[in-house]
Design a protein around this ligand. Sequence first.
Ligand code: NAD
Ligand code: GLY
Length: 359
Amino acid sequence: MQTLTVELEDRSYPINIGAGLLRQQSLLQAAVPARDILLVSNTTVAPLYAGAVREAFADRRVVEVTLPDGEQHKSLATAGRVFDVLVANQFGRDALVLALGGGVVGDLAGFVAACYQRGVDFVQVPTTLLAQVDSSVGGKTAVNHPGGKNLIGAFHQPREVLADTDVLATLPERELQAGIAEIIKYGMICDRGFFAWLEQHIDALRARDAPVLSQAIYRSCQIKAQIVGRDERERGDRALLNLGHTFGHAIEAATGYVEWLHGEAVGVGLAVAAQMSQRLGGLAEAEVARVQKLLERAGLRTAAPRIGAAQAARFMGADKKVKAGRVRLVLLRAIGEAYITGDYPDAALQDTLQAQFGA
Ligand code: NAD
Ligand code: GLY
């Protein structure tokens, strides 16, 4: 097992990564001091892994909430159901919410933990690759609103993250690939060596080779932990983590959040961000080609859907990352050197959107 820490003073917490962690009852018990535990999972994950959690806490009060599977259930209505269970069971401020699942379960359970009695403890046991490298770390919790994704939420850090790589054995291939997109993102943001390591190990990663998975998750979490430690509330550097996301969100929104997985849309967004960076003269053609090739080798699509430049621009403008009416972009000077800017010629963005999304 490898451990690293998200350094946030009195709210610092460990991320434990390794194979078979869910089978180590003492590890789970140490992560969860509470007597009253609300175990939040979904109909896909609970039958596979909730038993291990139940067994570890045989001497505690564990109440389970099994949500329907799917992004459409990451809503205030579903959160309301979970609050009802907490109230009906008279859970107090000393209760703990344990999220067992992917980013949907983690974001929703974290949001509930942030709000219930003005905040109770929560622990993340992420079960998708995307959740292990991204959503379980950093304390962003949220539910969706019909007007937009993640519009209602709170920053609420977990007290521990337990990423058991064994659970990835049951993850569908598409979901694995979506997680790999986020891993590639970290290399592109700030670690050229990690990007080169991914070029060497991409086949092993796709084959779910345990040491390679652990190493990729560890480095991804380390990068995210460092950035979150510097800028928990996204007042500056944390926005670097949105590399590829502004373009990706436009794809997700324009296609109704059903056709594309978040990580798949981010993968295309990374390719588009590289193209835009090249257009501004910052990124060499050979670097753009490396990004494109690695995404393709990861099994990800790199061509954007033809949603049209105007529609893409509209959805980008509705993104949370807009400041003073200007879409702030995360772009690259080189692989491993990302920067945030609102200062670019509108024509360059327009040309990029037309080239990628169609007129
Ligand atoms: P998800 O939670 O929908 O999980 C994907 C699918 O895999 C689901 O069907 C799920 O039931 C299934 N699954 C999960 N673990 C499994 C396992 N071990 N074996 C078999 N099936 C399994 O999707 P996701 O990609 O994990 O998360 C996407 C969500 O995360 C989005 O809502 C996004 O907004 C959010 N997100 C949040 C942050 C953050 O910082 N909080 C960051 C990135 C993404
Ligand atoms: N996924 C982006 C962030 O956590 O800031």
